[in-house]
Structures are given as C-alpha cells and as structure tokens.
Design a protein around this ligand. Structure first.
Ligand SMILES: Cc1cc2nc3c(=O)[nH]c(=O)nc-3n(C[C@H](O)[C@H](O)[C@H](O)COP(=O)(O)OP(=O)(O)OC[C@H]3O[C@@H](n4cnc5c(N)ncnc54)[C@H](O)[C@@H]3O)c2cc1C
Ligand code: FES
Ligand code: FES
Length: 1227
C-alpha cells in the first residue's frame, strides 16, 4: 500500500512509533469504539470487520492537515520526526473518543510513545491546546502561580491563535458496510493459512472448546502482547493459532450483588472502564478492590497495550511480575477455567476491608514492575484485630507468590507497630531469594517486599482512624529590531515538521523497493572471545527466499577499517572478540526470509580463555588501547602536602544506549555501469561512508555517491558503526549486482552498535577549610569494548573537560581506554564530556560532604573568575558562566527552596527532597583542526527558487531549518523560496561529520559565504532595477606533548538547578522542578535551540538516573529493547521545567553570534543525580549516617533505595562472599 507514515521502532509494543487507530462497531451499544494500538503486535487476521486509520488518513499537507498534526508541528514537538506519526495517532485516537480531554487524559494517552529528541515538553504543549481547563502550575497545588510571572509577557514559541480549530464533525466516518457486517453477526469458523501458521477463528464458545480440545497446544490469541513477542523475538512457532475474538461470551460483563463478572476476553482498558463506573456507583468501602485494581491498571503497560491485552491473557500468561495476579489473588477473586457453564472471574469485596496494590518499576509508566503486590486485610465489624490477611507478591519468584505464613502469623493481632515488626521478620524468612535468582536485583527486591508491606501498613493505619501534572513552558527569547522578513533569531518551526507529522517525510526505509531488491540480515557472534572453527551456511541457503551469504572472503578491497594503528574487521574471519560481532550476512528476497536464513547459519567456536568484560578486569590485565593520555598543570604531588584535607573517592558511571528511534538503515543500489553505486544511508557522516565503501570495494570514491535525506535520530551512534554496516551491505550489492537493503531490528541494533563509554574514575582531592580545592589527581578508565573506534578521542575530550568550571591550580588527569570483549563503544552526544564532568562534580560534592557544607557553596568558591586559563593554557573569559550561575540561582529561588526542602525533610520520614545546582563549560569545535571546515552549494533557479546543499545532516537537530534561515537573511528572500533536498557527497564532497555541536557553526558559515557571493554577483542587476522583485533579478589544534593548545573555538556555558522528591522506601523518584540557564550567544532559532536543550537535558536525566545497560557474566547484552532498557518517557519530564537563554550574550566565533548547543546541556541532567544524592543524604542522616557515601551512576530506584539505608534495607542480610553468581556485571 506504500503507506510509510507508520514507523517501526521496536516491534515489541514498547515504543509507540507504530501507533494506529483501530475503530470497531459494537452492535450491543450501537457505538463505535476508537482505540490507539501498536501495529507491530496487531495480527492482520484479527482485523476482519474493523477500520484501521493510519497517520495518512488523519491529514496531509496536500489536502488538509489535521489540527493534531498542525499543533504538534507548530509547537516544535517534532525534531527528527520518527516518533511523530505515533504521537499524532495516540492523540488523534484520544480526541476521537474525547474531543475535550484533560491533562491526565493526554499524559495517559502519550505514556506509551517514546521520543529520544524533544524531551516531550513541546509535544505536550501542542496537545494541551486541546484542553478546555486552565493548565498551569497550580495543578500541582503549591508554590507561586506561573501565571503571575513576568515570563508570560515574554515572546511565545508559537501562537495558539493561528491554530485550526478541532471540528469533530469533519472526521472520517466509520465505513457503513462494516456496521452492516457487524450487525449481521459472525458466520462460521474462519481460517487463514500462512507459510508456517494456520489461524482459526471460531464463531462460538462451543466451537472454541472443541478446537482447543483437539489442539491443546494451540494458544488462544487475544491481544497478542505475550504470544506476539515470543514469536518475533524468541523464534517460537505455533503451527495453529486459535483466535476467539468473535466468541461473545468472552467479552460479557455482568453485575451481581456480590460484585462483577468480567469476561476473560475483555481488554484491560475495558476492565478499567467497568471498574471506574462501579467506583462511581458504590460507596468507597465497597470498592476497595476495584480502586486497587484501577491503580495497577493505570500503570500497566501503555494505553496501546491495555487497549488490546486481555484480562484472561494476563492471568494465563502468569508473568512472574504480573501486576494483576497478586491483587486478584489477594482480593479473593474467583476464576473459572474452560467450562461452558462455569463462572468468569468474579471481583467482589467485603465491608471492613482494606485492599491495596503497589508496584515499583524502573520507570513510573510503561515498564514492567520490579516488584508488585496486592494486599488485603479484613478486621470484621467494629474490630481492630486482623481477621483475614492476604498478601501476594509478583517479581520475587517464578510466578505470583503468596506470603501465606506471614498472613497466618498476623491473624488475631492488632494492626500496630509490633505487628509490623513481626510481619517484617516472618516475611524475611518466608520470601527468600537465592543470590543468583533470575532477574538479579536480589537485595533490592527483598527490601521492596518489606517496604511495600510497610506502605500497606501506613495505609491501613490511615484508614483505621501529593504532586503531578506537566507544567506548560514559556520561554524568554532574544529578539532584535530587524526586518520582519528576516527569520534569524525567531522561533521558526522545524522546516519538515508538517511532513513529519503527516507521515509524508521520507526516511531511509521508506524508499520504495527496487526491482529484484534483496534484504540483508546479519549473523553475529554468540561468544565473547573465541576462534571460529567452522562456518556452515548450507542449511541457510536451502531455505525459501535465501539468495546468498556474504562473508569476509567476498570483500574485494580492504577487509578492515583502521584507526589509531588498530584494525577492525568488517566481518570476523578467524576470531571473534565480543558477543554481537558481525560474522556474515544472509541475503534473501524478504526481511522474514533473511532473518530465518540468518538463524539457520551454524558457527562453530573454540572458546578462548578468560574474556575481559569489566574495567577492573582490563586494568588488572593491562588491557588498554594506546595511546593513554595525561594532562597536568601545577605541581599536584607537592600541593597535597599543603592542604587542610585530603579525600580519596571513586565513582562508576554506566554506559548509555543511543536509542535513536530509527534503527540503522541503508539501501545500496548498484547503478549497473562503471562500478557506480548509490548509497541511501541514515548516517551522520556521508563522506566517511563514501570513502569506506570505495576502499572496501577497491573502487575510486567518484563511483560512490552517498545520500542522506534525513536521519531519525543519531546522537553520535550513526558515524563509525553505520559506516561498517554500509560497507557490508555494499559488498552484498556488489556481489549480487542487486539492490540490497539493511534495516536493523531494535535488539540487533542495541547488540551490535555499542553505546556510550562506561567510566570508572578514582580521585584524590586536596582542599582547604574554606572549601577551596587546591589539588586534584584523577584517573579515568573507559570501557572501550573490542575495537578502538573513537575511544582515544573520547579520553582526550574527558581530560580536556576535567576542570569543568573550576579553577583548580594543581590538576592532573590520566585517562586510558580499556580493551574488553564487549561490543565496541562509540561516540555519544557529549563524547566523554558528560562522564568527565560527572566525575569532577562528584568529587566536588564529596568535598562539600566532608566539610558539611552545601555543595553549591563549594562550587561557587572554586569557579573561574576574571580572565582565565584552562589547564591546557587556553585563555577564556568566564563572565557569562558567572552570569548563568547567578541567574539560575535567582530564577530557581535557590535560597528559599533550600529552606523549604530542609523543612520538608524534617517533617517527612519516608519521602525526602533533594536540590542541586550544576554548572557546565563546554568547548565547541572538533579537536582535529581539519574537521572544522564545511562547504555549500547554492543554486538559484530561473524561477527564483533556491536549492541549498551543504555538508550537514538533518537528524532532528533543526540544522536544515537554521540553514534555511541563514540563506533567507543573506539572500533577503523569504524562507519559503529556499529548499534543502538532501545531503549528498556528489554535491558537497569531503565533508566533516554532523557532530560535536558544530553543524550550524561550520555549515552555516559556508552557506552564508556562498549566499554572500551570489548576492554580490546579482548587485549590477539589482542596481539596474532596484525596485524589482527577487524573481526579476534572478573555516585549531591541541599539542598533547606540551599539554596545551586551543582545541576549541569558544565555550558554551550553562547552569541547572533540579529538585527531586524521593520515596526512600522504594527508590521511586520524581523531578519536581528544573531551572536551566544557558548561554548560547544570540540564538538563530530559539525554538530549535530550546528543543535541543530540553531534549539533551532529558537524555542526560536518562543517562544519570534511569538508563541501565546490563551485561551477563558471559558478555551478553541483557537489554535488547524498550521493555528492558528504559529511556525517559513523558512521565519523567520535570513537573516544572524552565529554560532561560542568557540575554545579551555575544559570540564573535560563530555565525550571527550564536553558539553550538546540541551536546553541552546533556550533562545538566546530572543535576537530577546530585539532587537524588542530596535526598539520599537526608534519608541517611535520619539513620544517623553522615558524610560522603558512594552512589554510582545511574542513580536508579534500586541504587537510591539501597543507599537510603532505611531500617528495611538494613534488615536484608548481605550475601556471603562467593555465594553470589551475579546476573549482571558492572562493565
Ligand atoms: C510492551 C508491554 C508492556 C507490558 N507491561 C505490563 C505491565 O506493566 N504489567 C503486567 O502485568 N503486564 C504487562 N505486560 C503483559 C501484558 O499485560 C500481557 O501480555 C497481556 O495481558 C496478555 O494478554 P493478551 O490478550 O495479549 O494475551 P495473548 O498474547 O493473546 O495470549 C497470551 C497467553 O494467554 C493465553 N490466553 C489468552 N486468553 C486466554 C483465555 N481467555 N483463557 C485461557 N488462556 C488464555 C493464550 O493461550 C496465550 O498462551 C506488557 C506487555 C507488553 C507487550
Ligand atoms: S514499533 Fe510498535 S511499539 Fe515499537
Ligand atoms: S522527534 Fe521524537 S524521536 Fe526524534
């Protein structure tokens, strides 16, 4: 159908990129039900009789865009745009059911849609314009009102008055023939036969029972949210599938005096809606269980999942951490299994009961729980003694677990502290988890069983005798007296936002199939370090559709990529050095056939001893990539003898997966003449890809053209790794002389392409009583993985930023890249700087804790002041840094809020707040001088339209939009006359990568230069006809031996203050407020820049508090998709997020006085880490623990909870050394 708007981001229901709307006529009520669902889990066979609306059916730039599309686009909610169609569809489905939603509806609707670029705020801002209610900070219920603030008078980023009104009568009608079909009812059993599966859909309960009796192994397919992922990712094959979606008994709901009967086929959304109606109907004591169930259902999966997943499916799937089974069991619900006359699940409550459900998940929404539970206590009429108690846990065993002994031990007791203490003792004995229990996190899970019970205790005590909602953003922006036509400095919408919102924007995998095109699937190593003894592809070649297999032997040119004197094989030939290393590639006519072929390739290995996985192992065995680097100023060793205090600490920082929404994608098309190849690649550096492919095929670069239309997010992950995969794909196209497409699955992408470098740092710091840091000696080790990639450049950047904003007179840093048997790590937004600054700020924090003073005071005492020299002797003026600092403290009302936080913490035992202020100084430019260049080609056509080609790649950062603004100013014509089609090596050669926050600086200058030249050439013509219309006229280095240089053109400064509220019992954390002040000179486009700031901040928040890359002890990446790896979702946006651009700032070193902003702000996400640390410190103080304590990054709920050292965590016995075979290693 060539509908390309619906995107594929994960295939497992975890990202929402594939959201479509399914509409179904319900004959019983004669109503149409519209639901947002994940297309990737929706079986086609189940769509008989339903209408599916994709983003193309909502609106189009050619006919009429829909208000949802317009508002998300104009509110700057689309950057790379890959998530945008899914966002549009979730919001559209909500509006079809509820044209005037409230903010809770919107956040619930968007909770299952991930975005890696925007930070969500602009998306929510666009969607909130559909709300009728006033949505301001008062929704949170405290503090001064945002409406009273002068910032409301400031220029807005978009004008609401311009928006198209929402008119529900203009929506597509439901196809009348489908209504007739539904009214006519089901007729007979339906059967669909596929290549490997048969799908049978019985029309009656009787037929269903007979079918199931004949085929007991066949699953009943309802929502497909359990069976689907098993088929897709675990290779499970079901020859027969039974789909009972037409068996009406499975969907019946009947109310009885005791409660309600709910058909097992009811979707979880339907169950929630039934329960909500009952809660409204009955008194609260009769609906205890219903309310507890509703609470669990609110956080179970996403709206899209709940719309299809069924009650029966959840119960029958029997997940160890099912959210429903514990509460259904605790609530005494009844379940009837396969009986025509039997009962369906019955939910009922007795008076005198307290029923509660709790869950703790790595992320508040759309994440499977770590531990979940349902608890019910019954006291009997007028009694305060426990008569009945049911406690069930999920996540602490292979299935839902009953704490029966604990319950028995408490019966007959009063509900008091002694009972609580007894409960904790028995629970500890009863619910043991072996040290190597599946799922890991043993200590955390055991402590959660206690603290969740304690939460229940508090609720029961309360019944025997809060802060949410997203804050709308209003920004100040710099504005000048300039011509109305000049777009520079104005918040211009992303030039492709409307195409992205309508699904018309073309990404690599949207390119139409070419004749005879093949699909490439990679075969990767399953061993961390081994010799390849045999490669058997015979079975794969026999499979239907498989055409060929490409191995290293097929590479006609260079079989390796070389950097820093090390070689990286494109395809492993004799030895593998990590799990996930590419060994060969299978080519087939379809993706499914290629994947089946890849699964059939047999590789035999001879394991090599003792693979190196962790930094500690690498250091012990001196496994490093050379050169190692050293940077030093002053006399560090001597300085330590003259200070008041010396403190030594360490911190480990985990890696971070790029999680660009569009996975690695490419299409290589042989032209068929003189070795010419066209590459369509989603990459950041077309020139590198072009050169690498030419070398691999041993052909000149002039035969290879590399084209990049747009990239669905990259963040550094689409430079070197993309190039290698492109080379392999090009070899396949070369060998077969056919076009070859390669689009990685999310799991493959995460496995193969590496991540941000984990860092282990140790430091020694010498400081005075007044807080002045006199000397610091820091050792950094990064986990580089199995190849050098860009790791040496990363350690250099770590050392160049190790001073951050502090003037430390005696400073020494050593850095080494560790060679390990893990997938090679690579560039990631910030390129080592976030890790470097994190180590330093942690050290400064420790100094504050030793001295018992607020950390911001120590930061302030040590700031650079006046004309300064970095530790590598680069001069700079920190004036704007100090202005950012003062402005952030003022805007964040630091002093008043510190007092409020202290007061809150004094009054609250189990919830603590923390506050931190973090500064950055970020050097902008490439360290290598030759990369700081760009070129542009500007065509003025005879009709007056202008085509601009430049070297930069648009990957959501708004580069093309800013370039359009530059050309518009220089040529003095409206932006609408200017078009940017793609980035191509055939129009602009020898380009630098779009990275290092340098894209606009370099390419903007090149375009400016080209436009100036053209405008000048037009001067004689303009002079002849001055009143005529446009149509009628128609460029560093760092000396590492001398340890000095000017590796950067200038610095971008910023300061961020974040406040968090931490639930010490579970580690659950919410960022209450964040204030960011950034000096980005004079912004060319404030909306684009603010979008970059918010997106980078949230990515940093993810890096330092949420995202955990876990590897098994044998080097397998455990997290291969959004269900296991949690990037921030809409629920993680700070409740109040204020971004301020420092006014009156100028920058003579970049175009129009602007500054690079893509990367610097990411580190400001660490303010959340330090605020969590502050809150943890407050909790520890209550337990009598003061002074520095270790907290590694990310500060996950597990780490935060265990660090709080509450009485519950202290009860968990420490594992005996040697008793634990860890499930995951800290790499
Ligand atoms: C992205 C994602 C997030 C999720 N998050 C959560 C979460 O936070 N908490 C949580 O608890 N769960 C979560 N789940 C799991 C989800 O709730 C279950 O997969 C779902 O409820 C199963 O229902 P289904 O209709 O899709 O089952 P299907 O996949 O259709 O079937 C699953 C199994 O149940 C059996 N079955 C189905 N219906 C019946 C019936 N009526 N009688 C007997 N057997 C039956 C089938 O034979 C099959 O073996 C998540 C799933 C996904 C994909
Ligand atoms: S692609 Fe369907 S949810 Fe991710
Ligand atoms: S704009 Fe959302 S993922 Fe890029």
């Amino acid at each position: 159908m060539k509908l390309t708007g619906t995107k594929y981001g994960c295939g497992g229901g975890g990202c929402g990129a594939c959201t479509v709307m399914v509409s179904r006529y319900q004959p019983a009520t004669k109503t149409i039900l519209h639901q947002a669902v994940n297309a990737c889990l929706l079986p086609l066979c189940q769509l008989q009789g339903v209408a599916v609306t994709t983003v193309e059916g909502v609106g189009s730039t050619k006919t009429r865009i829909h208000p949802v599309q317009e508002r998300i686009a104009k509110a700057h909610g689309s950057q790379c745009g890959f998530c945008t169609p899914g966002m549009v569809m979730s919001m559209y489905a909500l509006l079809r059911n509820k044209p005037q939603p409230n903010m809770d509806d919107i956040t619930e609707a968007l909770a299952g849609n991930l975005c890696r670029c925007t930070g969500y705020r602009p998306i929510v801002d666009g969607c909130r314009t559909f709300c009728q209610e006033v949505n301001c900070c008062q929704a949170n219920g405290d503090g001064p009102c945002c409406a009273d603030k002068p910032q409301h008078d400031a220029p807005q980023l978009f004008d609401q008055d311009d928006f198209l009104p929402l008119d529900p009568t203009q929506e597509l009608i439901f196809p009348p023939e489908l209504i007739l079909m539904a009214e006519a009812g089901s007729q007979g059993t339906r059967t669909f036969r596929g290549e490997r599966m048969t799908w049978v859909s019985p029309a009656s309960l009787e037929d269903l029972l007979q079918l199931k009796t004949r085929h007991p192994q066949a699953p009943l397919l309802m929502g497909n949210t359990n069976t689907g992922p098993d088929i897709k990712f675990k290779g499970v094959v079901h020859p027969l599938i039974i789909s009972p979606s037409r068996v009406k008994e499975l969907f019946e709901v009947t109310q009885t005096p005791q409660g309600v009967w709910v058909g097992a086929g009811s979707s979880l959304s339907a169950v929630k809606s039934v329960l909500e109606k009952l809660v409204a109907q009955f008194s609260s004591e009769k609906t205890e269980l219903f309310r507890a169930l509703i609470q669990q259902l609110r956080n179970l999966g996403s709206q899209q999942i709940r719309n299809v997943a069924t009650l029966g499916g959840n119960i029958a799937s029997a997940y160890p951490n099912s959210d429903l089974n514990p509460i259904l069991a605790a609530g005494n619900c009844k379940l009837s299994i396969i009986s025509a006359n039997g009962e369906s699940p019955a939910l009922f409550v007795l008076q005198g009961e307290v029923v509660r459900a709790f869950r703790q998940a790595p992320r508040k929404e759309s994440a499977l729980a770590t531990v979940t539970c349902g608890m019910r206590v019954f006291f009997g009429e007028g009694s305060r003694l426990v008569q009945e108690l049911s406690v069930y846990y999920g996540g602490v065993g292979p299935a839902t677990v009953s704490a029966a002994k604990t319950c028995t031990a408490l019966v007959g007791r009063p509900w008091d502290d002694e009972t609580l203490s007894r409960a904790c003792d028995v629970l500890l004995e009863e619910l043991t988890l072996p040290p190597s229990a599946p799922g890991g996190k043993v200590e955390f899970r055991r402590s959660l069983t206690l603290s969740l019970f304690f939460k229940f205790h508090l609720e029961v005590v309360r019944s025997l005798r809060d802060l949410v909602g997203l804050q709308p953003q209003r920004h100040t922006t710099v504005s000048e007296s300039q011509s109305a036509q000049d777009p520079v400095g104005r918040p211009v919408m992303h030039r492709s936002a409307l195409s992205q919102a309508t699904g018309e924007a073309v990404y690599c995998d949207d390119l139409p199939r070419t004749e005879g095109e093949l699909f490439l699937a990679l075969v990767t190593s399953t061993r961390p370090h081994a010799k390849i003894t045999a490669l058997d592809v015979s079975e794969a070649l026999q499979l239907p559709g498989v055409v060929d297999v490409v191995t290293s032997k097929d590479i006609p040119g260079k079989k390796v990529r070389r950097s820093f004197g090390y070689e990286e094989e494109l395809l492993a030939e004799e030895e593998v050095s990590c799990v996930g290393q590419m060994v060969c590639a299978v080519l087939a006519d379809t993706k499914a056939h290629a994947k089946r072929g890849a699964a059939a390739v047999r590789i035999s290995y001879q394991d090599l001893p003792d693979p190196v996985l962790t930094i500690e192992e690498a250091v012990e065995r001196s496994s490093f990539f050379e050169p190692r680097r050293l940077l030093e100023r002053g006399n560090v060793t001597e300085a330590f003898s003259a200070v008041d205090h010396v403190y030594e600490g360490r911190i480990h920082l985990g890696g971070q997966e790029h999680f660009y929404m569009e996975t690695q994608s490419m299409l290589v098309v042989p032209v068929g003449e003189e070795s010419e190849l066209r590459l369509y690649v989603s990459c950041q550096w077309p020139t590198l890809t072009q050169e690498a492919v030419a070398e691999t095929l041993a052909i000149p670069s002039n035969r290879v053209s590399c084209h990049v239309k747009r990239v669905g997010g990259a963040f550094g992950g689409k430079v070197t790794k993309t190039t290698i995969i492109a080379c392999i794909t090009a070899v396949a196209a070369w060998k077969t002389e056919r076009a070859v497409r390669c689009v990685l699955e999310r799991g493959e992408d995460m496995l193969i392409t590496g991540a941000r470098h984990p860092v282990l740092a140790t430091y020694k710091v010498g400081f005075m009583d007044d807080g002045r840091i006199v000397a610091a000696d820091i050792q950094y080790y990064t986990n580089a993985g199995n190849t050098v990639d860009e790791s040496i450049l990363v350690i250099e950047k770590i050392l160049l930023h190790m001073d951050n904003t502090y003037d430390i007179p005696h400073l020494r840093g050593r850095a080494a890249a560790c060679r390990t048997n893990l997938p090679s790590n690579t560039a990631f937004r910030g390129f080592g700087v976030p890790q470097s600054l994190m180590v330093l700020e942690n050290m400064v924090n420790d100094v504050a804790m030793v001295l018992g003073r607020p950390a911001h005071e120590i930061r302030e005492v040590n700031m650079y002041r006046g004309p300064s020299l970095t530790h590598y002797k680069m001069e700079f003026d920190p004036e704007n840094l100090l202005r950012c600092w003062d402005e952030c403290k003022a805007k964040a009302e630091l002093s008043a809020r510190r007092r409020a936080v202290a007061q809150f913490n004094q009054q609250s035992r189990w919830k603590k707040r923390g506050l931190s202020v973090i500064p950055i100084k970020y050097g902008i430019a490439f360290g290598e001088g030759f990369l700081n260049q760009a070129a542009a080609l500007v065509h003025i056509y005879k009709d007056g339209s202008v085509l601009v080609s430049h070297a930069g790649v648009e990957m959501g950062q708004g580069l093309h939009t800013k370039i359009q603004q530059v050309a518009s100013r220089e040529l003095r014509i409206p932006s609408s006359k200017i078009y940017i089609s793609e980035t191509s090596t055939s129009t602009v050669p020898n380009t630098c990568p779009s990275a290092a926050s340098f894209g606009t600086d370099a390419n903007g200058m090149a375009v400016k230069n080209a436009c100036e030249t053209l405008y000048k050439r037009l001067e004689p013509i303009r002079k002849q006809n001055p009143k005529g219309s446009w149509e009628s006229w128609v460029n560093l280095g760092m000396d590492w031996d001398k340890m000095e240089g000017r590796p950067y053109h200038y610095f971008t400064y910023g300061v961020c203050c974040s406040e968090v509220e931490l639930d010490c019992l579970t580690g659950d954390c919410r960022t209450v407020r964040t204030d960011i002040v950034v000096d980005i000179g004079r912004s060319i486009n404030p909306s684009v820049d603010i979008g970059q700031i918010e997106g980078a901040f949230l990515q940093g928040l993810g890096l330092f508090s949420l995202e955990e890359l876990t590897f098994s002890p044998s080097g397998f990446l455990c997290a291969l998709g959004p269900s296991q790896y949690h990037i921030p979702a809409v629920c993680d946006v700070p409740l109040r997020l204020n971004v301020h651009l420092l006014p009156d700032s100028h920058n003579p070193h970049a175009i129009y006085s602007s500054k690079g902003i893509g990367e610097p702000v990411l580190f400001l996400g660490s303010s959340v880490f330090f605020a969590i640390k502050d809150a943890v410190a407050a909790a520890r103080a209550d337990s009598g623990l003061v002074g520095p304590f270790p907290l590694d990054s990310p500060a996950t709920p597990e780490r935060a909870c265990l660090s709080c050292a509450t009485p519950f965590t202290q009860k968990i016995p420490a594992g005996k050394p040697g008793s634990l075979k860890p499930r995951a290693v800290n790499i």
